[in-house]
Design a protein around this ligand. Structure first.
Ligand SMILES: Cc1ncc(C[n+]2csc(CCOP(=O)(O)OP(=O)(O)O)c2C)c(N)n1
Length: 252
């Protein structure tokens, strides 16, 4: 969907109240769709003024709101891979007005930067480092018993690098308590190519898997314990009927 770029600053009454994610967490869940809309409009307006990365950030507006709503940031750690999609994150973490100077002289950086904000957990620019970084944070939290959580968000393009797989391999081995979100939007700097990208397409296109899943959901709805059992069975079945094994099985 093509979104129009507003030339005048849009009214964003809800977003204007968010100077830190704690303000966002005080909202009711029902308010979040409005906030998402305002955030998207403000970002479009702002990037329209300054130029900068656009599409990747627009694709994670909902995700960014959800992560800051559910996790206790900055105590919990969010690690954006590459970091070009972190504009919504910057807006929600005290840099709404500063976004109007992004990538300008004396303005804020176009990427997460640790000395710019305590919410920027890892200085990025290069791709495929997020899983390793979040893994380090998760292991440090385990060692120090802080209970701090770590989340890595990585795109399908960045996921094709060896460094990302090394980190997954390591995380599975040490049974790290961390979340890795694969943001498969079928777009890298241009259309992704390669075996991994067609593998992702096959995972999502598995009709057999979707069919079984929907059928099971209908049968078991209303029976919470049966639903839980079905969920576990589903995970195993998914591995058998769809090519998702590579990411499901190294799990803890
Ligand atoms: C090591 C490295 N190689 C190349 C780039 C250039 N680069 C910037 S963004 C990007 C594509 C990222 O695509 P994807 O991971 O799918 O994330 P999305 O843009 O879809 O969020 C690339 C290759 C980079 N930042 N780092």
């Amino acid at each position: 969907m093509f979104e129009e770029i507003p030339t005048a600053r849009p009214e964003t009454p809800l977003l204007d109240q968010v100077n830190a994610p704690a303000d966002l967490r005080a909202f009711k869940k029902e308010q979040l769709p409005t906030l998402v809309r305002e955030l998207r409009e403000f970002m479009l307006y702002s990037v329209g003024q300054t130029g900068g990365h656009f599409g990747a950030g627009l694709g994670v507006v909902e995700l960014t709101v959800a992560l800051h709503y559910l996790y206790n940031t900055p105590e919990d750690r969010i690690v954006w891979d590459v970091g070009h999609q972190a504009y919504p994150h910057k807006i929600l973490t005290g840099r709404r007005e500063a976004l109007l100077n992004i990538r300008q002289e004396n303005g804020i950086s176009g990427f997460p930067k640790r000395d710019e904000s305590e919410y920027d957990t890892f200085g990025v620019g290069h791709s495929s480092t997020s899983i390793g970084a979040a893994l380090g944070m998760s292991l440090a939290a385990r060692q120090l018993k802080t209970g701090r959580k770590a989340v890595a968000i990585i795109g399908d393009g960045a996921m094709s690098a060896g460094m990302a797989f090394e980190a997954l391999n390591h995380a599975g081995d040490v049974k790290a308590d961390m979340l890795v979100i694969l943001n498969d939007n079928e777009m890298s700097i241009s259309k992704p190519v390669g075996a991994l990208s067609s593998y992702f397409a096959r995972i999502w296109a598995s009709k057999t898997y979707d069919h079984i899943r929907e059928g099971g959901r209908k049968v078991f709805s209303g029976l919470p314990s049966a639903l839980e059992l079905a969920r576990k069975a589903e995970e195993h079945m998914k591995g058998m009927v769809s090519p998702g094994m590579m990411f499901e099985e190294p799990r803890l």
